[in-house]
Design a protein around this ligand. Structure first.
Ligand code: PHE
Length: 488
């Protein structure tokens, strides 16, 4: 109806001067008129120009008085011709009506506030305030002094009224043409297609979001790291066993059985199956010996090594458990140098906070060859980290039960403008390698780092729980960009 009214009117008239008046004259809701104008304007049937007007609307209080009459009027009517004691008058009226009424009626000289009695000063009064409020409600203008007075009494407040003036637009037609979006079989059969007008393509419309699998950022970073290791000639170690025996996770790595890391506070032990079935017995014997009495120029730890402790199953606490298995296997064949890497999950019984989870991923690399030195380790680390875009490295002496010397690796972060720890490294101890049976001149250099840390830095995530676990926002997984290490 609103659309017909507008297009119809413009057929014979130049302009709709004011959409507000236009709506009022036709008894159409102005909001409806505005919506139609916007739509017609969008298809350029009409040109529209904004009109703004300051108008006044009634406050809640103002609205009440249009029904009840103003407080002064109510007060006046409550006074009988012979007058009334003030406290009795007060009882007859609402407290706020009484209070405002007294003040306004006295100001209007309608009443006499005597000591004993409140009396009328005039016989009849007219409720001018109610009249003015009604006029405003009906959209009629009133004088500026009256406006001021009503505004001071907080019975009206200003409001900006928005409307349009409207003229014919470039696509004007007395009736809107139905534009169609699809050409159907029926259109062809009826011959209707000749007259049809089609909706234009919207080339800037967004496509429907594609549903499908998405790679988690950790997987993207892992894929890149794997590529780096492969380019450097490393082979991937099989890491498909989350459950490991204490033997491979700790004992083979010359980690004493009383070591605090072997406590259930730090390690998840398994209830079932609680122990491992098989270990290479002759090697176990050599490991026992190195712990208890030493050998190969080592004094050992001088304690009673217990097989039951080594048998205990656990969730591996580091991927170095896999490295120890692989090096042992390597030692069972005629020696050949190897470069190994792994990237997989490890578990630690830790309090969860914004940087720690009870499960995370480790990246580990090792080189096993004759005559390797600390310089080889430093060189390999420079090479490896330069592929990640980290060229400034510093090393700090550290301690691991299974490496000597050991070094923490720091990299200068250009964004943070400081040195950040990026990994741990070292040369595996003879106490670890010799019992395995690796030749005396064979050394192993190795390093490890977490996958989460670089991923969080790359993807700007500062709480690890936003990256991994039940609180992860799936939207983030869908939208995060591809990973290109070393390119900033
Ligand atoms: N296993 C060590 C860790 O869990 C990392 C590491 C690997 C250190 C290899 C030295 C050599 O932090």
């Amino acid at each position: 109806m609103a659309e017909e009214a507008i297009l119809g009117y413009l057929q014979n008239n130049e302009e709709i001067k004011d959409s507000g008046e236009f709506a009022a004259e036709r008894n159409i809701d102005h909001n409806e008129i505005v919506n139609v104008i916007k739509s017609l304007h969008g298809f350029r049937y009409v040109d529209a120009e904004d009109i703004k007007r300051e108008t006044w609307v009634l406050t809640e209080e103002g609205k009440t008085y249009t029904a009840t009459g103003s407080p002064e009027f109510q007060l006046f009517n409550a006074i009988p011709p012979e007058g009334i004691p003030k406290d009795e008058l007060q009882k007859k009226l609402d407290p706020s009506v009484f209070k405002i009424g007294c003040a306004q009626a006295a100001k209007n000289k309608w009443v006499e506030m005597g000591k004993q009695l409140v009396t009328r000063k005039v016989q009849n009064v007219e409720d001018k305030v109610k009249g003015l409020l009604l006029q405003i409600q009906q959209g009629q203008g009133i004088g500026s002094d009256d406006i001021k007075a009503l505004k001071a009494r907080k019975l009206i407040v200003p409001q900006t009224w928005k409307g349009y003036s409207v003229r014919k637009g470039p696509n004007y037609a007395p009736k809107r043409k139905q534009v169609v979006t699809d050409l159907t079989r029926e259109n062809f059969q009826s011959g209707e297609w000749k007259e049809l007008e089609f909706k234009e393509y919207n080339y800037s419309a967004k496509g429907a979001p594609l549903e499908g699998g998405h790679l988690h950022p950790l997987l993207k970073v892992r894929a890149q790291l794997k590529q780096i290791f492969l380019c450097m000639g490393f082979e991937e170690m099989p890491t498909n066993n989350f459950v490991e025996s204490s033997f491979w996770n700790f004992d083979a790595l010359f980690q004493p059985q009383q070591h605090p890391a072997r406590d259930s506070h730090d390690t998840f032990f398994l209830d079932a199956p609680s122990t491992t079935k098989r270990l290479p017995e002759d090697y176990v014997e050599r490991v026992k010996q190195i712990h208890e009495t030493g050998g190969y120029e080592s004094r050992g730890y001088a304690y009673d090594w217990k097989r039951e402790e080594a048998n205990k199953n656990l969730l591996r606490t580091h991927t170095t458990a896999v490295s120890s298995r692989m090096l042992y296997q390597l030692a069972q064949k005629p020696f050949a140098p190897k470069k190994y890497f792994s990237i997989d999950r490890v578990f630690r019984n830790e309090a969860v906070d914004r940087t720690h989870l009870a499960e995370f991923h480790q990246i580990e690399g090792l080189v096993c060859d004759r005559g390797l030195t600390l310089c080889d380790l430093i060189g390999v680390l420079h090479d490896f980290f330069s592929h990640l875009g980290m060229t400034k490295l510093k090393f700090k002496p550290a301690y691991n039960p299974y490496t000597e010397p050991s070094m923490e690796i720091f990299s200068y972060h250009e964004g943070f403008k400081k040195w950040v720890e990026v990994g741990n490294s070292g040369m595996f101890r003879p106490e670890m390698l010799r019992p395995m049976g690796l030749p005396d001149d064979v050394q192993v250099i190795a390093w490890g780092l977490s996958l989460e840390r670089p991923t969080m830095i790359l993807y700007g995530i500062d709480n690890i729980r936003d990256l991994f676990g039940p609180k992860v926002d799936l939207g983030l997984i869908k939208k995060n960009p591809i990973c290109r290490l070393g390119i900033n």
